[in-house]
Design a protein around this ligand. Structure first.
Ligand code: SAM
Length: 289
């Protein structure tokens, strides 16, 4: 079951929410950002849902420094219930899967905070390419001068978990869909994906190579970019491979408002490196995003 089903699915699917929360996002970004000193840092979790980042056992953030924006109000309510001292803001922006009733042009609210770190785990894997660029530009404008924005993406062709699977990430996803819909032509779609730099999968059946299909209202929506394509989308980004047994690559953009730039004074490294060994997550935890 995918994240969207936990909020927009059947009653039975929604009932699984308490026992299907993904954690590991904090440890993931901690490693992708080279273990910065998080103390006192203002962190925006864009598309942070119910705050899985704070629930991560490795999370060292003070909830009072944590801000979460999401399009699903029920998720924010859950987060607020667990961490009332954190900041939970509804963002009623259209998302074809998570919020098909939202406003496509809703700007990101000014929260009156310049963020040291903005993270988005598995958010731009569910938006159109145009939305990704619009939202990333708006998020960059919310960074403190030496802040950093890190968001995840999935390469359709690479196998991020060679110890667990022997297929690329798109084929793995299609295999999951075929468990509930045996008519899905996994091999045919994988063949059509060959050579594509980016692609979208709508409801597990409609496939758009080198396109996002314009994000039609749907239940599930997955957009993939190859590493090379994501680098071309954001030429100044640092692209990092998956860590901790997760399947998602990371795109790291440094610098605040204005032309994209690398930070002259990066976030200070904390004293508790070296990084812990990669954590192996289950297929569900790693993949059902
Ligand atoms: C796959 S979930 C990941 C949730 C969370 N980041 C995590 O790792 O558990 C994708 C999240 O992105 C949110 N989302 C989708 N489009 C968004 C947008 N335009 N603005 C903010 N959040 C969005 C969804 O509501 C959902 O909570």
């Amino acid at each position: 079951m995918e994240e969207v089903h936990r909020w927009r699915g059947t009653e039975e699917e929604r009932a699984t929410r308490p026992r299907s929360i993904k954690t590991g996002q904090f440890a993931y970004f901690d490693r992708q950002l080279d273990r910065p000193d998080w103390r006192g840092r203002k962190v925006l979790d864009f598309g942070g849902n119910e705050g899985g980042l704070l629930l991560d056992p490795e999370c060292v953030l003070d909830p009072a420094d944590y801000y979460c924006l999401d399009v699903v109000p029920e998720a924010l309510e859950e987060g607020r219930r667990r961490f009332p001292e954190a900041h939970w803001m509804h963002y009623d922006r259209y998302n074809c899967s998570f919020n098909p009733q939202g406003n496509p042009n809703e700007p990101i609210h000014d929260l009156g905070v310049a963020f040291d770190v903005i993270v988005a785990y598995s958010v731009f894997t569910h938006t159109t390419r145009a939305e990704m660029h619009d939202l990333v530009a708006q998020l960059r404008a919310r960074l403190a001068p030496n802040g950093v924005l890190a968001f995840t993406f999935i390469d359709p062709h690479r196998n991020p978990l060679p110890d667990s699977w022997n297929v690329g990430a798109l084929e793995w996803r299609l295999g999951r869909f075929r468990m509930t819909d045996p008519s899905i032509d996994v091999e045919g779609i994988v063949k059509r994906s060959e050579g594509s730099e980016w692609c979208a999968l709508v409801d597990g059946t409609e496939f758009f190579p080198d396109s996002d299909g314009d994000g039609p209202p749907c239940m599930s929506y997955h957009v993939y970019y190859t590493v090379e394509r994501m680098q071309a989308e954001f030429p100044d980004a640092e692209i990092r491979p998956p860590v901790n047994g997760e399947m998602q690559h990371c795109c790291v953009l440094r610098g605040g408002p204005g032309p994209l730039r690398r930070s002259a004074k990066p976030l200070q490294s904390s004293s508790f490196s070296p990084a812990s060994p990669g954590r192996t997550t289950s297929d569900d935890a790693a993949g059902e995003r």
